[in-house]
Design a protein. Structure first.
Length: 726
């Protein structure tokens, strides 16, 4: 079995021009059968390659070599989510070759078709269908070629594992590689073939182990920081102490005296470059710089009031009925405000890039989720034509939305152009925290109402700055209004003191925490079991089926919260996938420590391409979700970030990991939906509800730290005492 399932082809000087003729394209690519899928209009292709839209009729390429091996080119990247395996499964099944015979070339802008980026749980949903269609059409073309080879009709042939047979005469056979004969052939199928149905799958729908696992556990996997050139230099860059700070003076005289150090200054962009990274770090420390600091007008405690005061106009996302009528119908009205702080991506691999500039061409190896976006950014920064910039994306050590852009790639490219040598820029952990685009702090205000029979009749929901994703409820509520006040945004500006951006399932973690906490409060007010209350107010069959599957797996027995058991429930929808969590927690009431002991997740994600991969994604989401629920929070004062390493910014630990059980709800009649993010959205809500069930204390702010839990329990005790006295 080949170990290098993810390969990088050394076509350094190849740039695919969308205006190439078919003959010129074949000459560039070389031998083998190439099945070419075009979208027709070259100008449209060029626009899409430049990142101006995600094409519906995706332009995908296959290469079938003379040895029968299949190379799949995709603009998607592998950053731990497993698409290096699932995309290969889809292609292999439709093409009818073995999974082991498919090699993946991912995120190389000179070899792969344009792609908008790897985010939003969209790889399987959006790239999967055209990839499968490509495989199906490739197989049809090969059958046509074999029919000509055998001088028979295509309907008298069959394929299996990269071999074409004459039916009932298996001695008459030809391999895909033999049909190539070392020549490049491009042709289209005479008729568009249908995709396989689940009953016809041989590879899709079956467990497949991670194709990158061996490389990663043995340390053979290459990341951007592992790329080396003999003459490359390591750069360290002068950074401001706070966002918004301006360089007022700088003294570089000391660093200029150090042998072997190259100083670069381009305006306020100042860097030192050395053959060793530690030497560069030491040299940078000798620079004396003064900055004009902006006034710190807000911090991590005052930010929520600041956001509400500076919110833009309301944008209605969804509404029906009449809010005033709903409030009149309600026997009990509940009004709460939920808070959620800034959260960092905290990826294992920091932003890293190596750039090599030769003449008017640049090649950049970058840790990024959006290689084509970075290609354009580098081209603009260098003043190059976009066609003269190549971005190669090796394995990426986590992204979660934080690497959709790659400013470090631009920095490396600028330096490489200025000094004429390859330059690596690898952010330190402090730089990573400082320049990260954080998940935005947000406020959610909800007024809801129920009847004495436990029916929800009122839902007035407003979310500030988290965004609309996941804000629409899925309950049966006759009178409701959902509105956003600002989206999660990208970059800096607005009321945020620093850059904000996408963070795994952007907006949905905040919205699900608020919504499912409010649902649980109403269940408690109604004196109803949380699962029963939800089922009573649901009409979506997929959600009902998913919640029931989770309850069955958990072994749920009805009880009115707070029951003292420490059980919590939360449901959500993200990327077309329905999820339901049930969790069990144990709370130390003396120190406020929460131990999540068990989490059951049921997930309806339509047709599942790789069940084993889907389960791994669920487990990863649940584990990561422990962090934003219980500990992760960025502290700051104005533009100064106070958390610059993991000594103060606490990630989930191995000792936190609960027992995780997964249920993949069978739904093969639905197309594949997203799997990389949905399971994380419920973690804040399910833990909050489990804590309430264990203690009777309701936490309204994430993360639910021990200090906040102790404060909530103290307030509950004081309230109970006052109520008793009254």
């Amino acid at each position: 079995m080949k170990e290098d399932k993810y390969i990088e082809l050394d076509f350094t000087d190849i740039t695919f021009d969308p205006h190439l003729t078919r003959r010129e394209f074949m000459k560039v690519l070389g031998g083998g059968i190439v099945i070419l899928f075009t979208i027709g209009d070259p100008s449209l292709l060029e626009a899409r390659r430049r990142g101006r839209g995600y094409p519906d009729d995706f332009n995908a390429y296959l290469r079938i070599g003379v040895d029968g091996r299949v190379t799949c080119f995709t603009g998607k990247v592998e950053l731990g989510q497993g698409v290096v395996t699932s995309l290969a499964q889809m292609l292999a099944d439709e093409l009818d070759v073995t999974l082991d015979s498919v090699d993946m070339v991912m995120g190389d802008t000179s070899l792969c078709p344009w792609d908008m980026g790897t985010f939003g749980s969209m790889s399987t949903r959006f790239f999967g269908p055209p990839l499968r269609a490509a495989g199906a059409e490739a197989r049809a073309v090969l059958i046509e070629l074999a029919a000509e080879h055998f001088k028979t009709q295509p309907n008298k042939l069959m394929t299996k594992n990269g071999v074409i047979f004459v039916k009932n005469q298996k001695a008459k056979r030809v391999t895909y590689g033999q049909l190539a004969k070392g020549k490049a052939i491009a042709r289209r199928a005479k008729e568009k073939p249908p995709l396989k149905t689940p009953s016809e799958f041989n590879i899709m729908g079956k467990d497949a182990l991670r194709r990158d696992a061996l490389e990663k556990v043995t340390g053979k996997a290459k990341y951007a920081g592992d790329i080396r050139f003999p003459d490359m230099l390591y750069a360290r860059i002068l950074r401001p102490p706070a966002h918004g700070a301006k360089l007022s003076s700088v003294d570089t005289s000391a660093v200029e005296k150090i042998a072997g150090v190259q100083l670069v200054r381009d305006g306020d962009f100042i860097a030192v470059l050395c053959k060793n990274p530690d030497e560069a770090e030491n040299a940078l420390a000798t620079i004396k710089a003064q900055f004009d600091m902006p006034e710190a007008k807000v911090d991590d405690e005052s930010i929520f009031e600041h956001l509400v005061k500076n919110a833009p106009r309301r944008n209605v996302v969804d509404q029906s009925g009449d809010i005033e009528k709903g409030e009149d119908l309600a026997d009990v009205v509940v009004e709460e405000t939920y808070l959620d702080g800034y959260v960092a991506h905290a990826t294992i691999e920091t932003h890293t890039a190596l750039a090599k500039v030769e003449g008017n061409k640049a090649t950049v190896w970058a840790s990024t989720q959006g290689p084509f976006r970075v290609k354009d950014q580098v081209a603009q920064a260098l003043g190059f034509s976009s066609q003269n910039v190549r971005v190669i994306t090796p394995f990426v050590g986590g992204g979660f939305g934080g690497k959709t852009s790659a400013p470090q790639a631009v920095e490396a490219a600028r330096l490489a152009k200025l000094i004429g040598k390859p330059v690596q820029v690898a952010w330190s952990r402090a730089e990573e925290f400082f320049y990260d685009t954080f998940r935005p702090a947000a406020v959610v205000k909800i007024k809801s109402g129920i009847t004495n029979a436990g029916k929800i009749v009122l839902w007035d929901y407003g979310v500030y700055f988290a965004g609309s994703r996941g804000s629409k409820h899925f309950y049966n509520i006759p009178h409701h209004l959902t509105a956003t006040f600002g989206e999660w945004g990208r970059g800096s500006g607005g009321p945020h003191p620093f850059g904000t951006g996408a963070w795994r399932a952007p907006a949905n973690n905040t919205n699900t925490f608020a919504r499912e906490s409010q649902i649980e409060i109403m269940a408690s007010k109604a004196g109803m079991d949380p699962v029963e209350f939800r089922l009573k107010n649901l009409r979506d069959d997929r959600m009902i089926r998913t919640l029931k599957a989770a309850a069955e797996k958990f072994g749920w027995t009805p009880s009115k919260p707070p029951s003292g058991r420490g059980f919590g429930v939360a449901c959500g929808i993200d990327s077309g996938t329905y999820v339901a969590h049930i969790a069990e927690v144990e709370v130390n009431k003396k120190n406020g420590h929460v131990q999540v002991k068990r989490v059951v997740c049921a997930q309806d994600m339509g047709l599942v391409i790789n069940p084993e991969g889907a389960k791994l994604q669920i487990e990863g989401c649940i584990t990561m979700g422990l962090g934003y629920a219980l500990s992760e929070e960025v502290h700051f004062k104005g533009g100064k970030i106070l958390d610059l390493n993991f000594n103060t910014y606490e990630l989930p630990r191995f000792s936190w990991a609960p027992k995780i059980e997964t249920v993949l709800v069978k739904a093969e009649d639905l197309s594949p939906q997203g799997g990389g993010e949905p399971a994380i959205i419920c973690m804040g809500g399910v833990i909050a509800n489990a804590i309430y069930d264990a203690t009777g204390a309701r936490l309204l702010q994430l993360p639910m730290t021990p200090e906040r839990l102790k404060e909530a329990m103290t307030k509950r005790t004081q309230y109970a005492a006052q109520t008793t006295a009254t």
